[in-house]
Ligand binder design. Structure first.
Ligand code: NCD
Ligand code: ZN
Ligand code: ZN
Length: 346
């Protein structure tokens, strides 16, 4: 017995493609299933100017295997020195789709991010004026604030004041991990959306920490307690158009994950859709999957829904993925959901 589900081809509204050998390895994993992705700019050095975004876009297209199609939706990395005119020109030409705010030090490659939010006010005002959305890594970096509270505190101390001070600014709360994040979206229906990752829908902090630390489950914002996961799953499966998929697939070399101080990020691109289909089915919400993966994101960004489709099939036998992929001289370890998968993407 098999069950099939055909949906409009998904997009990934938060993705790390990296560069060089890792880019070569991970790009086909996304392009196989997704038509478009919002490509994160946290390279070293970061993608700050329009010229850098254009060059990165070319490197991505050059890495795309023959016969595959994929549209990278480029972003700029917001710094305290970002030039509003360069940003506006990159947006007007269609080169960039959004701008990414990293609080300095919040996550992987975020040291050039923002410390003093007043300094970026003119840029945010320009973005509101031209209709360029802001994607936000929503965590404070204050050492006084417990890592499990950093998202909730960011909403109160940074995000809400920015939104009140900049009417019309469209904001995507990237990779929300808490009930506080979902509730904030639900309470603010204008100009606000949120992406949710695969791992935050299926794992809580016990999965990462009980019985030993699992570095491949370590990502930022960190996995939270179960009630937060449940709130995220409820949001994702609700059909509410403000919530959409951003896998945050974030490959790191295996040696950097399995290290004394492990890098943050889960590489979920290969099996994200298998895991999601199974998760939505278990939640009794398979009919809401297409909205989450393929319809709500384009609606937020004002882009057309993809015209082609993918078919997901549930079979009787377990679907397996490689444990790791070779990337130059290193490997990147593929995310293991911790349960057998029966859904494949045709
Ligand atoms: C991301 C990365 O590795 O670039 N890591 C992660 O844990 N999510 C950065 C980010 O999205 O915060
Ligand atoms: Zn982030
Ligand atoms: Zn990310």
């Amino acid at each position: 017995m098999s069950t099939t589900l055909t949906i409009a081809r998904p997009d990934d509204w938060h993705l790390h493609l990296r560069d060089s050998a890792i880019l070569q390895t991970v790009l086909p994993e996304t392009a196989r299933h997704f038509a478009r992705a919002i490509v994160m700019p946290n390279l070293v050095p970061p993608v700050v100017t329009g010229a850098q975004a254009a060059a990165y876009r070319e490197r991505i297209m050059a890495a795309l295997p023959e016969g595959m199609t994929f549209q990278p939706l480029m972003t700029l990395y917001l710094t305290e020195d970002t030039d509003p005119e360069d940003l506006a020109a990159a947006h007007a030409s269609g080169l960039i789709t959004s701008v990414k705010l990293y609080p300095a030090g919040a996550t992987t490659n975020s040291s050039s991010g923002v410390t003093n939010f007043d300094k970026v006010r003119p840029v945010l005002e320009k973005m509101a004026e031209i209709g360029c959305p802001l994607c936000v890594h929503g965590e404070v970096t204050d050492r006084e604030i417990d890592i499990f509270d950093r998202e909730a505190v960011f909403i109160d101390r940074v995000l809400d004041p920015i939104r009140k001070a900049t009417p019309g600014l469209r904001v995507v709360m990237e990779h929300i991990t808490t009930k506080n994040g979902a509730d904030y979206v639900l309470a603010n229906d204008k100009d606000l959306g949120a992406t949710i990752t695969v791992q935050h829908l299926i794992l809580d902090r016990n999965d990462m920490l009980v019985g030993g630390m699992r570095p491949h489950y370590y990502c930022l914002p960190i996995l939270k307690r179960r009630e937060h996961r449940e709130a995220l799953l409820a949001a994702a499966t609700s059909g509410d158009t403000r919530f959409f998929l951003g896998t945050d697939s974030a490959p790191h070399p295996t040696h950097a994950k399995e290290a004394e101080c492990c890098a943050a990020g889960c590489f979920t691109a290969p099996n994200a859709l298998s895991i999601l289909a199974q998760t939505f089915e278990q939640a009794g919400a398979l009919d809401k999957l297409e909205g989450f993966t393929s319809l709500h994101g384009p609606a937020f960004y004002g882009l057309p829904v993809n015209t082609d489709t993918i078919t997901l099939t549930k079979g009787d036998t377990e679907v397996t993925y490689p444990n790791a992929l070779q990337a130059g001289e290193h490997t990147v370890t593929v995310f293991d959901p911790g349960f057998p998968l029966y859904w494949s993407v045709g």
